[in-house]
Design a protein around this ligand. Structure first.
Ligand code: UD1
Length: 337
């Protein structure tokens, strides 16, 4: 049975569906702090059955231990974490307690159980402004610019250190580039609380009329059109990568019992290119204006995907237009029914 923490969240819910489709039994744990129980209905429709769900805050050590006692957990995919970069700057302790406290509790639960396979949601944020593009896994980790980013770096270190001394714990950290899009059915997708901080939900909410206009954060970067470049990856490609990584863990035989993989498409797109993609797939113009740079943004980040291609046998399949089209379908279904 695969334990998926944060399984009602954005990437978690898509991964749960992918796991179910591939025949895995899943138990979802979520504290509903940034997700809604109704997501379980969408998952049920797509899976054909309702996976086991437990509402639990992973900071509660006893609750975590009890999970490992009550279920035969053979793998853990750990998504549950707070992820708002700006908020983390104002509430560092909340982020360290929630993201790192929960991780330590989970690893202790796993240790007590005698070990298992473990997948950690990391982020390309660990590379900061990389010296070379595309970014390989060998690129140095740069000092984090936010407590959120730091929880990803330290989280990776905690797992790596633990794997070294517990041979029955095998782990993979997946460094996501920029996840976007939704399940092609439009039954599950991203549900940002309040005003979205990320580009694509802001675009689709502007397109639907919920926001007046998109602010493009700077057009004076040293890129072709002056806007920042990111590697936008369809959440369905990400979800599939988690299932592939679980298989990899079964045969992982490296000394450290720990590996890191970039998950991206390998292609960089500028903010203006993403806007153009939205206009193309939606057939409507987008209201936007250029404003000042957002502090903390890096100029360019896109993945070297060779390691994931070679070792996991995984490659992103969806194009930017397909990902944006799915995000738009989700926005329309979610808002307009
Ligand atoms: C952000 C986080 C990153 C995190 C990821 C999670 C920062 C600095 N980084 O990545 O750590 O892992 O989200 O999804 O916050 N943009 C606009 N207008 C907007 C929103 C965004 O122009 O209203 C631009 C940004 O300047 C950036 C690009 O769109 O160039 C993507 O932004 P965003 O979706 O927030 O992702 P990241 O900043 O790359």
């Amino acid at each position: 049975m695969i334990l998926v923490t944060g399984g009602l969240g954005y990437i978690g819910s898509h991964t749960v569906v992918e796991l179910c489709v591939k025949g895995h039994q899943v138990i979802i744990v979520d504290d509903l702090s940034n997700s809604q129980l109704s997501v379980l209905d969408g998952i049920e429709e797509l899976c054909g059955h309702r996976p086991i769900f437990e509402r639990l805050d992973l900071r509660h050590k006893n609750g975590v231990e009890s999970l490992f006692e009550r279920y035969d957990i053979t793998g853990v995919i750990h998504f549950a974490a707070s992820k708002a970069v700006g908020e983390s700057v104002h509430r560092p302790l909340q982020y360290y307690e929630n993201n790192l406290g929960a991780l330590v509790n989970l690893l202790q639960g796993i240790k007590k159980k005698g070990g298992t396979n473990f997948i950690f949601s990391s982020s390309c944020t660990v590379y900061g402004e990389a010296d070379e593009l595309p970014i390989t896994e060998a690129a140095p980790v740069k000092p984090a610019t936010s407590p959120y980013g730091n929880t990803k770096q330290v989280g990776e270190e905690i797992i790596r250190d633990t794997c070294k001394v517990h041979p029955k714990l095998k782990a993979i950290a997946l460094r996501y580039f920029n996840p976007i899009g939704a399940h092609p059915s439009g039954k599950i997708g991203e549900l940002p609380l309040g005003v979205p901080q990320n580009l694509v939900p802001y675009i689709t909410q502007t397109g639907i009329g919920l926001r007046k206009e998109l602010s493009v954060f700077g057009n004076d970067y040293p890129t072709e059109d002056g806007t920042c470049i990111r590697d936008y990856i369809h959440v369905m490609d990400l979800a599939r990568a988690h299932v592939v990584a679980l298989h990899r863990l079964k045969e992982q035989r490296n000394e450290d019992n720990y590996e890191v993989f970039n998950l991206g498409t390998g292609n960089g797109s500028s903010v203006l290119e993403v806007i153009q993609s939205f206009e193309r797939v939606s057939g409507q113009p987008l209201n936007y204006k250029i404003v000042d740079r957002r502090p903390g943004d890096v100029t360019e980040a896109y993945a070297d995907t060779e390691k994931a291609n070679k070792i996991l046998g995984w490659t992103a399949r969806f194009t930017l237009d397909e990902a944006i089209a799915s995000a738009w379908l989700w926005e329309k279904k979610n808002r307009l029914g």
